[in-house]
Write a protein that binds this ligand. Structure first.
Ligand SMILES: [Mg+2]
Length: 305
């Protein structure tokens, strides 16, 4: 996902020779926030404390862990594998360059280097990285409502389910469905239908507020909320609040048997995962509760516990 980065991109220089660090740092300071590390181990230290930088300039020959080894480790760690690495080195053999690029480095610059070219390469690689981060983040968002999509939900459900299994804490899953949405779409038109979906998504998003909570569009007029560390009582309170928030939008709905306004039906499932159960069972339970809420007259919540 996209991390919130300060406006100036961050470049980490890793080199065991202070003069090299000094020359590069001076040249970069106008456009970048510069971090420095005198060895591979110190580089991990900086990353652990400050988070991954936008780009790493990496010397090859260093005592202890050399640049190749550091690069290999960075590319194995999911937290840093996307960070572009540019080797800057006096090792000018083509085999050395080949080795560096095969380790996943974005670029390889040999000394003595021409500073404006190094700066241009840094700029280009950071731009590529930002573009690919943006595309990556868009791939997890629903285009209409701008909230996380089904793909993101499926991933998070698996992750949270495993976490709940480890911690033996309760995981709540809430499913929402807009009541009589098909007649709404048919009668008010698809433009109004889209606007309605956006408004409902916004209301739900505002009501799901803890950082660990996830609200996603499940498909069509269905939404889901994943609430880690939430017991049935807590889940019921949140579900009821969200139902109320959608109703209080007062979106006129002339074709609903449940209300003059757009409303939602809500199914709530809650479970402390057992070793032999799966995330799918939680989803199925929530879906059954949603069906029960609809059968009971809509604009209401049904809970499994
Ligand atoms: Mg060196």
């Amino acid at each position: 996902m996209l991390d919130r980065k300060p406006d100036k991109p961050v470049v980490l220089i890793v080199d065991d020779t202070p003069t090299n660090i000094h020359v590069l740092a001076e040249a970069l300071r106008a456009h970048y926030r510069v971090q420095v590390a005198g060895s591979g181990l110190l580089a991990f230290d900086v990353i652990a404390r400050q988070g991954p930088p936008d780009l790493i300039l990496l010397d090859v020959m260093m005592p202890g862990m050399d640049g190749y080894e550091l690069c290999r480790r960075l590319k194995q760690d999911p937290g840093t594998q996307g960070v572009p690495v540019i080797f800057i080195t006096a090792k000018s053999d083509t085999q050395d360059e080949e080795r560096g690029l095969n380790l996943g480095a974005a670029d390889y610059v040999t000394k003595p280097f021409h500073l404006p070219i190094v700066l241009a390469r840094i700029r280009n690689h950071i731009q590529f990285k930002r573009q690919s981060d943006l595309l990556e983040s868009l791939a997890w968002l629903d285009g209409l409502t701008n909230i996380p999509n089904r793909r993101r939900f499926d991933e998070d459900l698996e992750t949270e389910w495993k976490r709940a299994q480890r911690t033996a804490k309760s995981l709540a899953l809430v499913m929402f469905d807009i009541d009589y949405f098909k007649p709404y779409n048919d009668q008010h038109g698809h433009g109004a239908g889209d606007a309605c979906l956006r408004q409902v998504a916004n209301a739900l998003r505002n009501g799901v507020s803890r950082p660990s909570d996830l609200l996603a569009r499940y498909g069509g007029e269905e939404f889901v909320a994943l609430l880690p560390d939430t017991d049935p009582k807590g889940a019921r309170i949140i579900a009821e609040r969200l139902r109320g928030q959608v109703e209080s939008l007062r979106i006129p709905h002339g074709y609903s048997d449940a209300s003059p306004w757009v409303t939602i039906s809500v199914g709530v499932a809650c479970s402390a995962p057992q070793p032999d159960t799966t995330a799918t069972s939680l989803l199925e339970t929530a879906d059954r509760q949603l069906y029960a809420a609809k059968s009971a007259g809509r604009n209401r919540i049904c809970c499994s516990a």
